[in-house]
Ligand binder design. Structure first.
Ligand code: NAD
Length: 302
């Protein structure tokens, strides 16, 4: 059997078209558009290319997009004051501070200074708590886990009562997605197991999974024989395993590999995400969804 491919690149387009249509409707009816500010400190090349992607996407959707670039030597106090300025700015619905920050700045302090109602990344302790409670309490689910759940739902996988095994317990992927899958509600209601570096019998747990979400950052960690036939496999891992010359641009690009042995796994799974082109494109997409949500909360539309 060859698994159905769950392509993030296609799902991204579906979702962005939905967001764009909603932005146009809100603009017509309420005369406002979502406002997103991205604060970038310094000139880290990886951060700059990630921020550029966010800006491009926001502009495509008709958002009010502000890129606020600050010098590497900005003081912590000045950065906190800047966050406060945007907290008070009525035209801004989402504030994003691009990580990593320079060493002299306490990133926790800065992230915690963001108004939780504008924390579209979903990392503020208030939003982590809201996610834990679930249901109507949730404002912003963190973007990568939100993207994973969206992919599972849009692939047509039944989550209710499913055995869901999450490999990895990080605060940005493993823990939040495990929490989301066990909540009451659509796209959830699963029986969830979280496995990690101290787990005994990783293989045995993975073999039980109807839905297997792997976020370990270890290339090829999950072997094909660990996959239950017909399972839905979400490979979050993005691992650089070498370099090659791009056919499109002629430039050197990274060779990326997931945490799952894709070529063999696709012959066993029922559905599977590729790497690249799977979960990757979903993170920025869900950031846009969260920013639109933030405006809708403000307008009383949610
Ligand atoms: P992390 O390093 O913070 O956490 C990895 C987790 O995996 C840890 O909890 C650890 O216990 C577990 N783990 C590691 N090795 C293991 C092993 N051998 N057996 C069992 N468990 C093991 O990483 P993260 O931030 O959660 O990211 C995980 C992967 O997902 C990385 O490859 C990262 O690049 C990728 N990622 C992709 C996206 C995206 O596509 N948008 C977003 C975030 C992370």
């Amino acid at each position: 059997m060859t698994a159905k491919l769950i392509k993030g690149t296609e799902i991204r387009e579906e979702i962005l078209e939905e967001v764009k249509a909603e932005v146009e409707q809100i603009k017509e009816k309420h005369g406002v558009v979502p406002g997103l500010v991205t604060i970038l400190v310094g000139e880290n090349p990886a951060s700059m290319s990630y921020v550029t992607l966010k800006i491009k996407t926001a502009i495509r959707l008709g958002f009010n997009e502000i890129q606020d670039s600050q010098p590497e030597d900005i003081s912590e106090a000045d950065l906190l004051a800047l966050v406060d300025k945007y907290n008070k700015d009525d035209s801004i619905n989402g504030i994003l501070v691009q990580l990593p920050l320079p060493k002299h700045i306490d990133d926790k302090k800065v992230l915690n200074a963001i108004d939780p109602d504008k924390d579209v990344d979903g990392f503020h302790p208030v939003n982590v708590g809201r996610l834990m409670i679930g249901g109507q309490e949730v404002k912003f689910a963190p973007c990568t886990p939100a993207g994973i759940q969206e992919m599972i739902v849009r692939s047509g996988m039944e989550t209710s009562g499913a055995e869901c095994v999450v490999v990895g317990r990080s605060n940005i992927v493993g823990k939040p997605i495990a929490n989301m899958m066990l909540q009451k509600g659509d796209g959830a209601n699963a029986t969830v197991t979280v496995v990690h570096t101290r787990t005994k019998d990783l293989e045995g747990h993975c073999k039980r999974a109807d839905i297997l979400i792997v976020a370990a950052g270890v290339p090829g960690l999950v072997k094909p024989e660990w996959i239950k036939p017909g399972a839905c496999v979400i490979d979050v891992g993005v691992n650089r395993v070498g370099e090659k010359i791009s056919e499109k641009t002629g430039k050197k690009i990274a060779i990326l590999k997931g945490d799952v042995d894709f070529d063999e796994a696709k012959e066993i799974a029922g559905s599977i995400t590729p790497v690249p082109g799977g979960v990757g494109p979903m993170t920025v997409t869900m950031l846009m969804v969260n920013t639109l949500k933030s405006l809708k909360f403000k307008l009383g539309l949610m």
